[in-house]
Design a protein around this ligand. Sequence first.
Ligand code: NAD
Length: 483
Amino acid sequence: MHSNRFYQGMTQMLEKQSFFQKVNANFDKASRFTDYPQGLLEQIKVCNSSCHFTFPIKRDDGSIQTIHGWRAEHSHHNLPTKGGLRYSTLVNEDEIMALAALMTYKCAIVDIPFGGAKGGIQLDRNEYSESELERITRRYTYELIQKNYIGPGIDVPAPDFGTSENEMAWILDTYLTMSPDKLDAIACVTGKPIEQNGIQGRREATGRGVAFGLEEVCSHKDDMKQVGLESGLKGKSIVIQGFGNVGYHAAKYLTEAEANIIAIAEIDGAVYNQKGLDVEKVAAYREETGSIRHYPDATFFENPYDSLELECDILVPAALENQLTAENAPRIKARIIGEAANGPTTAKADAILRKRGAMIIPDTYLNAGGVTVSYFEWLRNLSHVGFGRLARRFEESTYNAMFRAVERATGYQFSEKERRTVHGADETDLVNSGLQDTMINAYQEIRDTRSKYGKNRVNNRTAAFITAIHRIARSYMQLGIFP
Ligand code: NAD
């Protein structure tokens, strides 16, 4: 089996372009369709500030280890900056700057008033105990505070690869301890547990956004015709790579939309069933055994990369960057690539896949659900009241009054079941509605940009970058920095 590290090393040898260079190449390609001054484009593209720091931690066995951490704030045109915190052995400065830049463009594409940021710690979380991870996270947060790289109006982390609500709770607690009387301190981090001022639906948000996004993509008959597919998600065969937060939730909500998840790839193997996998059963099996290996009712692939080459309608890479490369792209048969992970497709793979007629739905759009709901969480924290709390009962009694008026006027009696379908919107309803609206509107904007410049000249990725450049450039010009 190829290890992730082996695969990425091989990729880098074959395609000598760093992740940040790849993001910048996409930016340059899009910027040619605009007429902003070169200096302004350069200012949008560069990383405004980044920080590498090291600190010691005491392991459980008493030994001392040096930990390497980074935080990059790519663009200060909007504050706070916003972006996830990643725990992975592959973390380095280039990766963090590239991911921070993607966050800037992503926020602009879905029209969220944040600049982009990203943080990372170079470690394999499986090699550390829970208490070691807590010490590392708290110390990392302390470093961020010391360097002014965190705060509700400065820079706001969130979960990413290898982190979850637990790490966000430790970040919050460390920040609160260091700033006891700051009213808005709870907005210093998002993706927090519900009990710690988190928001309903944040955990699921990125995967749910992927499903909303793909639903929107597949609803356009002419686009689907171009890739040889019927419109609608129903019945589409889908392969998912990475069964973590994003991959699991994407698979769950795509299943709810009646798509057919035929394969799931994890780091230690893939499972495949042409008739469709029961996503919840695969998740329960992994919970029980610690892996999806040899899940019953499916064919097992020892090498997870083999499953990416299966005949399918949609391939959803939801693990890490550089997974679809010049090496495997010629064998990938999916008609649509839905980039749930950040940067999963190398530049060469991108060209190969498009040449074959595949449609790529870019990361800057498709995985924006996470930051969208993080934005809602941040707003909720600043307002200190949950969405729906003030209006829900009022809405419900208004609807009930309407029901009674209709009954009186028509003589019709609504059943209990019919009455139950009507309720005031609670936080979950509002978050999901805001997320769906965001994913639909952003895709419409990308499509409009694509048609404005011509489908054959501008693909989805370039159109998304053009949309972002316009929004950021306008913001800089309104700030009066470039009179
Ligand atoms: P996660 O740590 O929850 O899950 C990642 C999963 O991928 C893990 O289960 C891991 O074992 C698996 N994996 C790693 N390498 C693999 C390989 N080569 N083949 C198959 N599986 C592999 O991380 P996540 O939060 O789900 O993030 C996944 C991707 O989505 C990352 O690129 C991240 O930047 C991006 N993303 C995450 C969020 C979010 O809200 N969590 C938001 C936007 C983008």
